[in-house]
Design a protein around this ligand. Structure first.
Ligand code: 6PG
Length: 276
């Protein structure tokens, strides 16, 4: 097996080319298994820096949507520690949020607060380079609409049109199979036009309304990187990676970029049920 970064090993099912259910396009996916969360963080930050380097060889900026929750925190800290050395140019990197809790941005439950603590405040990253979801709106629906407008302005593309292509979308995986804030059986799963929508709380904490990017914009990404760690994620990872479960029950299985690549970066406990 080849290794990636420090510690990650390419799994035998690596670089499998998947033809999506419409059969007319492909997306490439690969699985990299690390021994533990620390190695996952080292490999994750190396992969992100690699995506950034590759992007900035051909384009003038690197756009990345960040995941929230607990798993990515060590990866973001590792990126803060070694991003420049690995080739990231913060002045050309722009951060967005795949989802957010409908709480103030300084609330400890806020994904922005977590990213600010683990990454943004630790490196020379201009505040204008991190587009937070505006949770100061009267309700989550208005916050979602405002974020879509801000994305449209940044990408100079009307929010009524096709979504912009993020260079990278970093995603987590919930034990219930959700990703971003696309929860099982939620109306947000059926959104096929809007780039951003809102959701009632899922079954997992915190029990607050969410704002989330939708399948259209996430599946337009050039690269998707899932970060999955912990024994409790093994069933959800098997269902999401092997794709044998309906998207309604496992929303992460609906992440199939039509012209992009998906990298699943998991630790051994989370990957223990993967057989192919
Ligand atoms: C959030 C995240 C969410 C997260 C999963 C996994 O707002 O909580 O964006 O989608 O990625 O719930 O969370 P953990 O990494 O904490 O298990």
């Amino acid at each position: 097996m080849r290794t990636v970064g420090r510690g990650g090993t390419m799994h035998p099912s690596n670089d499998k080319t998947i033809v999506d259910q419409r059969g007319n396009r492909e997306h490439v996916r690969r699985l990299i298994v690390c021994r533990n969360l620390d190695e996952l963080a080292a490999s994750g930050s190396a992969l992100i820096a690699g995506f950034a380097r590759e992007t900035m060889q051909n384009r003038d900026r690197f756009t990345v949507a960040l995941a929230g929750g607990a798993t990515p925190q060590k990866t973001y800290s590792a990126l803060a520690e070694c991003g420049e050395a690995a080739g990231i140019d913060w002045s050309r990197t722009y951060f967005f949020f795949g989802d957010e809790r409908f709480v103030p941005l300084d609330d400890p439950r806020s994904n922005f607060a977590m990213v600010e603590r683990t990454l943004l405040r630790r490196r020379p990253i201009a505040r204008s380079h991190a587009l937070a979801i505006p949770t100061d709106r009267p309700n989550a629906a208005e916050a979602a609409a405002a974020y879509a407008s801000q994305l449209a302005e940044f990408f100079a593309s009307p929010s009524s049109g096709p979504p912009p292509r993020l260079d990278l979308a970093i995603l987590g995986l919930g034990t219930d199979g959700h990703t971003a804030s696309l929860f099982p059986a939620a109306p947000a799963l059926r959104e096929q036009q809007a780039w951003v929508t809102w959701s009632a709380p899922g079954t997992l904490p915190p029990p607050v309304e969410r704002i989330t990017m939708t399948y259209p914009i996430l599946n337009a990404a050039r690269q998707v990187l899932f970060l999955v760690a912990g024994d409790e994620k093994a069933i959800a990872l098997r269902d999401a990676f092997q794709g044998d479960v309906p998207v309604e029950r496992c929303p992460a299985a609906g992440i199939r970029p039509m012209e992009g690549s998906v990298t699943w970066l998991a630790d051994e406990p989370a990957a223990r049920l993967l057989t192919r």
